[in-house]
Design a protein around this ligand. Structure first.
Ligand SMILES: [Zn+2]
Ligand SMILES: [Zn+2]
Length: 431
């Protein structure tokens, strides 16, 4: 549930405004986000909200919190399509000042000189931000990986980031999610081969669970289905949302259509291909209903195959295992990334090796790891140190990182907490 605030000369910029979801069995509201109390109090000084990409942990709270913020929102076309759906649901579509951003854009907002720098991640149009002021600059990576074959969008461009080195950014705020991983992330383009082989070998129907926000993965899967003589369909509302957003942003590319899910029940088994929501075992999502043979689109039979082109988010293991057991009781073959030799899932975050590359290119004065648990941020700081970055600041939600003139961290400057969203309104979260 990312929410960053950058302050200079009595003005504030917000970068990202996301949600998190409570895990099965946890108390409290299902949708939670950072408590914006501090910036709401200083709302007249908030110049804009910049969204780095369309993942829920970066964009999911915009529609919930905007009535308290009331500032312009900058988004790229794919995220904008997703945001407009959310704003429409909240009855805010004509109230919010949504402004278009794009990779390569440079724009001045109240003393901040902002540049959007395109990079690769597990959803399209992800951007890092270079925020320059007259006293220093911040390079905010957002979520990223180093992908030279991302399937959708432009390949990662090292030279773009190496070019920042000569202006010595004051600080680099960087994604820590995979800082404990040593192997470089697998490229999206490298998944085609393994997925194709599995689909070619599958005797019956093929159902794939994946994260719908990964448009590149959807494209790879649609292309494989077509090349194997199968008719691909999307099952689940969020998949249709992401597919629709990709089409409206003009990034779906050439003609790789989907059939209506209702048609799947009438096709021969070896012509059926579906991408379904619910890879985390969510009880009401498509995969879980298919596992109980309780989905209107089709019934699965022994010899059908379910592929997980995804990973299980920590906390969801029990729900996912229980769902897999139900598939296996139906005689359905279940295959995940761990059971096969060729990769069928790729992470969207940088491993230690990729982090080291970025630090070497950008060479900021200070490294500030974010986006991860304490152990991930510590590991990221260590990578920065090894890469020759002199200072590393790690901290907690609510800490103020002073970058200029005298760098330092002021602990607990802002009361940090969570609010929930339930039955159409914000509610307190008791922790
Ligand atoms: Zn994220
Ligand atoms: Zn992300």
């Amino acid at each position: 549930m990312n929410l960053n605030l950058f302050g200079h000369n009595d003005r504030w910029l917000m970068v990202d405004c996301g949600v998190t979801f409570s895990k099965p069995g946890e108390d409290g509201p299902q949708v939670q986000m950072a408590d914006p109390a501090f910036i709401v109090e200083h709302r007249d000084k908030l110049s804009a909200l910049l969204v780095t990409h369309g993942h829920e942990d970066h964009i999911g709270a915009v529609a919930h919190l905007w009535p308290l913020l009331q500032c312009p929102v900058y988004v790229t076309p794919f995220a904008e399509a997703l945001l407009r759906n959310k704003l429409a649901e909240a009855g805010l579509l004509n109230k919010v000042d949504v402004r278009s951003a794009y990779a390569g854009m440079r724009h001045q907002i109240d003393g901040f000189d902002i540049e959007w720098l395109g990079l690769t991640h597990s959803t399209p149009e992800s951007n890092a931000l270079m925020i320059r002021t007259d006293v220093g600059s911040v390079f905010h990576t957002g979520d990223w990986k180093l992908d030279l074959d991302p399937v959708v969008g432009e390949a990662f461009q090292p030279s773009r980031f190496a070019a920042l080195q000569k202006e010595v950014p004051t600080a680099m705020i960087c994604d820590s999610t995979n800082a404990l991983e040593t192997e470089r992330s697998v490229s999206e383009g490298a998944l085609h081969e393994g997925l194709l082989e599995l689909v070619q070998q599958a005797p019956g129907r093929v159902i794939v669970g994946c994260f719908g926000s990964n448009v590149a993965r959807l494209r790879t899967l649609a292309a494989i289905a077509h090349s194997c003589g199968r008719y691909p369909a999307l099952i689940g509302r969020s998949l249709h949302n992401y597919y629709g957003a990709a089409r409206s942003a003009g990034i779906w590319g050439e003609n790789l259509g989907f059939v209506e899910a209702d048609h799947l029940g009438y096709l021969p088994r070896n012509e059926v291909f579906a991408v379904a929501t619910g890879s985390q075992g969510e009880a009401r999502a498509a995969l879980s209903r298919l596992a109980s043979n309780n989905h209107p689109a089709m019934e699965l039979e022994p010899g059908d195959t379910v592929l997980f082109s995804s990973r299980t988010i920590p906390g969801n293991e029990l729900a996912v295992t229980a769902m897999i057991e139900r598939f296996e009781r139906l005689g359905v073959i279940v295959i995940g990334d761990a059971q096969v030799n060729k990769p069928i899932h790729a992470s969207g975050h940088p491993s230690a090796a990729e982090l080291a590359d970025m630090y070497t290119w950008v060479q900021p004065s200070i490294a500030i790891p974010v986006h991860g648990e304490a152990a991930h941020m510590e590991a990221n700081a260590e990578v920065a140190k090894q890469a020759g970055i002199k200072r590393q600041f790690t901290g907690n939600n609510g800490d103020l990182f002073v970058l200029a003139p005298q760098p330092g961290v002021r602990r607990g400057m802002v009361k940090a907490g969570r609010v929930g969203f339930e039955r159409g309104q914000l509610v307190p979260v008791v922790t």
